[in-house]
Design a protein around this ligand. Structure first.
Ligand code: C2E
Ligand code: CA
Ligand code: CA
Length: 766
């Protein structure tokens, strides 16, 4: 790998190796031809009239020269790699060539030898092997001098003459012949030296140009941001660029013997192998996406393609180029996540919920199992958001999301639909009871106090449940039915869950009708108040009148508040409606005072939505001043859950109301989460025991214990207690015995129209 990479940067070694091999091959060829030629000549001579005149010494010298040439050529050809680093190996080779050429020329008759042409070949060899032009000429001159020396030594008889057929021995002493012969060889040798050197210069220049462009190509690949690799048809790496190494965190040394496929992650591997084969067949490859395995075990997402180069119709190598698209992939995934999740809570959104519902339905159908859709809506969330700010509201939603997730299994889906609406998909629940258990667990979990930004807050939830396949087959219908059931849960006093029932559709339709007519009802003056007395248990005297709203619907008749108060709360209409009730109650109080009717307090119910509005206290004050009633003539009933939802806030409001002389009762007491510690801080006058504890107070020991405890607690806090919904003598006896202060209920009186209540009051004072 490293050698190959070095060749990418500089290919001159391969070049030198190539030239040496070329020379060595030429030498093999020459030896071969000379041997054939000599043998042929020897044969022809021996059968000619001249006969073979070669001496045995001559033959021996020729044979040993041949062997010597054979030996060092073998060395050069096969072991060049190990010897080429030594200095002047090429020069030595040329020198040996010249030496043996001279010996061969001598043994083949010196001046009469035809082998002088070999000097030209050696000069040509020099021009191929040596880069330096002067050195080529030096070898050329040296060859000429060797040949000249040989002729001269023969002329001076320093060397014995080798006899050759057809040759007159006197030839070796013919000065002119020898001179012309020598000059002729020198001339040709010079020509070959000059031409060879020039030719090689041109060749070298061209090669350098090619090398330069090659190097530029490598530099380009080295600096490219894209991941580039080159491998052989087996997939073994020949080159990878720095971007590739950087993206995957590998060093070149790590890649020895590895193939491209070793880095492709399982999933994309098979696809890649197919494309790889296609490329080797010469087909074009489309852009592919895949994952590469990085050294740290993570995956790098890439997109790219490869192509194959061919040599003589056979695949030679593969080039691949790809781009790290991890960032883009991540952005895509993030976008996908955003599109499928709620930003605030990171829960799946409605879209994802629908998808999962569709999948779960298919599975449930096959397995003949159940599916449950739970639709949740936080009670009075809007008020929290409006009074405490959106930051707290957001925190509350996040906390709710966490709690919801802790209540269900991994396979179930908790989703936020927006606002304070959540939906839960329960997959394969074992029974309806199991579903109910989970719903109750959710109610309990969410009912626990939340400490958000140093406020201790309570929130409750209403849950509607629909079941697949009994309630509906279609996903959207299932959701709608769960929604209908949820509204029913809300109408049932919140903080509870309801399974969908077909009757609820009617309710839902009625609700819709009511909601539409509710808007006009206030303008059309369709509301009126009825009054229910509160009486002292000991004296039996009326202490106050609770104003309860009624709606005289033009077609539906009289509608009780349980049917429309929650509707009014959801639509925000409760604020003007509550204001109307307060104003109407104050007016009635004034009117009675003016008519001389005995004075009692009038109690008005206040919804949490009203209380939590910033201008509530100002509004109450404004109405009292406008109509002219004192605070002492007024009582406000506020339900426990509303106060406890945000105790800090409630303390402030209640103090202000108390300062105005208004009597304050905590309505539906016992249904919320009041602790003694909280109660101490509230400026309230009366606790109103919820009807649910009163109903069986005289026969159910638990209810009796609760009622007794509330009465004891109130006494210890110096608060008065009233029991609502008293219908029987038994209940009254019990409460009287436990020293409950007041009672209210059908036993004494139903809520009555103003004219009738007046009669009661007047009868009492008579
Ligand atoms: P609440 O404040 O707990 O009122 C007591 C409810 O119990 C009244 O129902 C009353 O008619 C009923 N009740 C009283 N004594 C008995 C009894 O002995 N037996 C039985 N079974 N029921 C009894 P109503 O008038 O239908 O009011 C229902 C709820 O509507 C009230 O509960 C109150 O929370 C709300 N509401 C009524 N008027 C107003 C209003 O002007 N503003 C607001 N915000 N809420 C109101
Ligand atoms: Ca009340
Ligand atoms: Ca009540």
């Amino acid at each position: 790998m490293r050698t190959i990479l070095r060749n990418y940067a500089q290919s001159s070694f391969a070049d030198v190796r190539g030239r040496t091999t070329l020379i060595a091959k030429a030498r093999w060829l020459l030896l071969f031809f000379i041997t054939i030629y000599s043998a042929g000549a020897a044969l022809l001579y021996s059968i000619s009239s001249q006969g073979l005149q070669a001496s045995s010494l001559q033959i021996l010298v020729i044979a040993s020269s041949f062997s010597a040439i054979f030996c060092y050529n073998t060395l050069y050809y096969f072991f060049y790699e190990s010897i080429h680093q030594r200095k002047c190996v090429d020069h030595l080779q040329l020198f040996l060539d010249l030496l043996f050429v001279t010996i061969l020329v001598y043994t083949s008759g010196s001046a009469s030898s035809w082998l002088w042409a070999l000097y030209l070949l050696v000069t040509l060899e020099a021009s191929i092997l040596l880069q330096n032009r002067l050195e080529v000429w030096a070898f050329g001159i040296f060859g000429g001098l060797l040949y000249g020396g040989l002729l001269l030594f023969g002329y001076l008889d320093y060397l014995p003459h080798v006899k050759m057929p057809f040759v007159d021995p006197n030839l070796h002493h013919e000065t002119l012949y020898l001179l012309l012969n020598w000059l002729w060889v020198c001339l040709l040798n010079t020509t070959v030296a000059i031409a060879g050197a020039a030719l090689m210069t041109v060749i070298r220049r061209e090669r350098l140009a090619v090398e330069k462009s090659e190097r530029a190509k490598v530099a380009f690949m080295d600096s490219a941001n894209d991941l580039i690799f080159h491998c052989n048809p087996e997939g073994k790496f020949l080159y990878v660029n720095p971007a590739w190494q950087q993206a995957l965190g590998y060093k070149l040394s790590d890649l020895d013997g590895m193939t491209m496929l070793d880095f492709i992650e399982g999933d994309s591997k098979q696809r890649c192998i197919l494309e790889f084969r296609k490329a080797l067949r010469g087909e074009t490859i489309a852009t592919m996406e895949g994952k590469l395995l990085a050294s740290n075990g993570t995956f790098v997402n890439v997109e790219g393609s490869f192509s194959c180069t061919f040599k003589e119709d056979k695949p030679e190598s593969l080039w691949g180029i790809c781009r790290d698209v991890t960032a883009r992939k991540e952005a895509q995934e993030q976008l996908h996540h955003i599109a499928h999740h709620d930003m605030l809570t990171d829960l799946p959104n409605r879209l994802t919920f629908s998808d999962r519902l569709t999948q779960a339905k298919a599975l449930a159908k096959r397995q003949k199992s159940l599916l449950a859709v739970l639709f949740l809506d936080l009670d009075r969330f809007k008020t929290i958001n409006d009074t405490l700010g959106h930051d707290i509201g957001d925190m509350m939603l996040q906390e709710t999301a966490n709690r919801l997730q802790s209540c269900v299994r991994e396979i179930d889906t908790v989703s936020r639909f927006g606002g304070d609406e959540f939906a839960i998909l329960l997959v394969n629940p074992s029974s309806l009871e199991a579903i109910e258990r989970i719903a109750l667990k959710i109610l309990k979990q969410l009912g626990q106090p939340m400490t958000l930004d140093r406020n201790e807050l309570f929130i409750t939830t209403s849950i509607g449940i629909s079941i697949y396949p009994s309630d509906a087959e279609r996903g959207d219908v299932l959701l709608k039915k769960a929604d209908i059931a949820m509204y029913q849960a809300k109408a049932n006093g919140r903080n509870n869950c309801r399974f969908y029932r077909p009757e609820m559709d009617q309710h839902a339709r009625r609700r819709l009708d009511l909601e539409n007519s509710l808007r006009k009802a206030l303008d059309n003056q369709e509301f009126y108040l009825v009054y229910q007395p509160k009486v002292d248990l000991q004296s039996g005297q009326i202490t106050a009148l609770e104003a309860l709203i009624r709606w005289q619907h033009p077609t539906l008749g009289v509608i009780p508040p349980s049917d429309f108060i929650s509707l009014a709360e959801e639509s925000g209409l409760i604020v003007p409606l509550g204001e109307w009730a307060l104003r109407q109650a104050c007016r009635q109080s004034l009117q009675w005072r003016q008519q001389g009717v005995p004075q009692v307090r009038i109690a008005v119910n206040v919804s949490g939505f009203q209380l939590e509005r910033k201008d509530f206290v100002t509004q109450v004050k404004g109405i009292m001043e406008e109509i002219g009633v004192a605070g002492s003539a007024l009582e406000l009933e506020i339900t426990e859950t509303v106060i406890m939802q945000n105790p800090e806030f409630a303390v402030k409001i209640l103090n202000q109301l108390r300062d105005m002389g208004i009597h304050i009762s905590i309505d539906d007491f016992g249904t919320g989460y009041s602790s003694l510690a909280h109660l101490k801080r509230f400026s309230v006058n009366t606790l109103k025991i919820d009807k649910s504890f009163v109903d069986e107070v005289d026969i159910n020991s638990t209810d009796a214990a609760i009622a007794t405890a509330i009465i004891a607690m109130a006494r210890s806090l110096n608060l008065s207690v009233i029991a609502e919904g008293v219908e029987t003598e038994g209940q009254r006896e019990f409460l009287k015995k436990e020293q409950c202060n007041e009672m209210q209920g059908f036993l004494f009186s139903k809520p009555l129209p103003a004219e009738e209540v007046v009669k009661l009051l007047q009868k009492q004072s008579d």
